[in-house]
Design a binder for this molecule. Sequence first.
Ligand code: PMP
Ligand code: GLN
Length: 375
Amino acid sequence: MSKLPNTSTSIFTIMSKMATEYNAINLSQGFPNFPVDQRLTKIIASLAKKNVHQYLPMSGYPPLLQKIGSLVLKSYQRTVQPENEILITAGATQAIFTTIMAMVKTNNEVIILDPSYDCYEAPILLCNAIAVRVDLNDDYTPNWNRIEKAFSSKTKMIIINNPHNPTGKIWTNTDFESLEKLFEKYLDVILLSDEVYEFITFEQHHIAVHTRKKLRHRSVVASSFGKSFHITGWKVGYLVAPEYLMLEIKKVHQFLVFSVNSICQVAISEYLDLVSVNQLGAFYQEKRDYFRKLLENSRFKLLPCEGTYFQVASYASISDENDVDFCKRLVLEYGVAAIPISSFYANGKDIKCIRFCFAKDNKTLEEAAKRLCMV
Ligand code: PMP
Ligand code: GLN
């Protein structure tokens, strides 16, 4: 009877619940634990007294659309028309769901690269379409042989995620050139690019799809203020897409939510006048480096982390347990919650790696690392 018979409760819900239940330090679900910028909380407090509590236009608060247009221009030198090519969504999750619902038809195939974030497959299945899961290479670079083999006349969309959750990997210019070559052959395929961590990058430069002239006229780019302004619970994100795609996306959006949370949109719009996203990478790089240093003497082997606020660690030299059991034991015996990487694979591939979120204040990172060094 179920429309999603193989879909279960998300691992983020499971691990966060377990962290609360056992009073563990929660490095599982990705969210910051430090206070939101006071300038933003002041804006929202003052807005509460103003008349900003009713429906906004379906596409979003016009000044916010304009400011996102300026952000895209400033960050990537791409000019977009705010009123026709940007849509404010209830987080990137709704952005992605809406795009898939609007674009994908019965029996279409959508390529997903594993390990992958969990919100892509369900909307594909609800469209009676097929999710074609293709594993990345062992170093999490795209495997172009496998990807090319996965493309067919049924392919409608490929979903990519840069910087990548959970591995922090970032595609290179050569990766994009390979995709562009494939796109020359498969002219009807749409690219859905999940770039929610676009501003959280370190030594490696993030190549936005906005900058790819051969791709952007067929691309839908999803982003989220949750990540960029440390406000994951506000659930305000946005899509950028060419008008002919956006017209279809808006048809779904207007009946899924119609319009998004008014006071948060206005607050973000005003806040964008005060802040820049330029410091975000440096801010999280310091946290990444600190967390890695704290774990230097642990038995975990830390994988490279080029972006996002996630650190993947191998526990292969510590235990043979599967990663779900290992994460559960980590909560019960050491009081630290993490995410098993197998949950990002369709086939549950267990590579003995887990993911820690380092978007935490230093005290939390220190206490978590102290416990992890005892493992
Ligand atoms: N994509 C990725 C890769 C994510 O990590 C997340 C959230 N952690 C989302 C999409 C969803 O973002 P939002 O919370 O804005 O819905
Ligand atoms: N994106 C967050 C993560 O990767 C989780 C958000 C959620 O719980 N759905 O941890």
